[in-house]
Design a protein. Structure first.
Length: 264
């Protein structure tokens, strides 16, 4: 991998981590087409840039949540975030070695199929029955917070999309599209911080060998991520997920065709 490829991967990560089209799916496909193989470890390292982007974008919101917990003794939103984050975080931690080494998680046809199927759900989402609307993120019932967390486990499959799965689950649980996006971004922070800590502590030799590429990709991911978060919150205040669903469906079909043509 060269510096240009690392920057391209960083931009893809930053945009697709928060735009619900699957960052892992796009990164796996991009790596296969650029280098012939998918490097799951490098994909994990790029999470650092998008984690920083979230911390910067939601810094005031995060400080507010911390004050609610330690000053006002209001645990409602913090507890909801933890309830949603724990299932995927726990499963991801327990299955980390399997995800890193099993060909299934780097297979182009798995990515393409997941892209298309979740795309179809996004297209029909607004026609599906939904739970009673909730006023804000704090008033989300604990049971619904857990359901969103369980759905988020599906995002361990490349092509599903963590933000996409949680936004879909959030909409079905009574959030508006904008609320669902904000909640999706906030609940991703504990998981992303855990992933970043694990990858930094457990792969220092890899980091030393690829330091310049990792730094370049993370700078690109952070800048692209800041743009993507703001874009999604503005877009979903007025629109549904349908446009992203059509994109995913079309891309899934294209990737299947490309994979067959390249005998992948």
């Amino acid at each position: 991998m060269n510096w240009l490829e690392s920057i391209i991967l960083g931009i893809i990560q930053g945009l697709t981590e928060f735009i619900p089209v699957s960052s892992s799916g796009h990164l796996v496909a991009a790596q296969i087409f650029m280098t012939g193989a998918s490097q799951h470890l490098f994909i994990q390292f790029i999470d650092i840039g998008t984690t920083v982007a979230l911390l910067v974008f939601f810094r005031k919101r995060i400080i507010g949540i911390i004050k609610d917990v330690f000053v006002h003794k209001n645990f409602r939103l913090a507890l909801n975030i933890l309830i949603t984050a724990i299932p995927a975080g726990l499963i991801g931690f327990l299955l980390a070695s399997v995800i890193e080494t099993t060909p299934f998680f780097g297979n182009l046809f798995v990515v393409a199929t997941a892209m298309a199927l979740i795309g179809i759900v996004m297209i029909v989402l607004e026609k599906l029955p939904k739970a009673k609307p909730v006023k804000d993120l704090e008033t989300l019932p604990r049971r619904r917070a857990l359901i969103i967390g369980l759905v988020q486990i599906l995002a361990l499959i490349p092509g599903v999309s963590r933000s996409g799965s949680t936004i879909i689950a959030g909409r079905l649980s009574g959030f508006s599209a904008e609320q669902a996006a904000e909640y999706s971004f906030l609940v991703s922070l504990p998981i992303m911080l855990g992933v970043c800590t694990k990858v930094l502590l457990g792969n220092q030799a890899y980091l030393a060998d690829n330091l310049s590429l990792v730094i370049l990709s993370n700078i690109a991911a952070c800048l692209a991520g800041l743009f993507a978060v703001g874009f999604m919150l503005r877009y979903l205040s007025k629109h549904s997920l349908a446009a992203f669903g059509w994109y995913r469906l079309g891309l899934g079909i294209v990737l299947i065709g490309a994979g067959l043509a390249m005998n992948l």
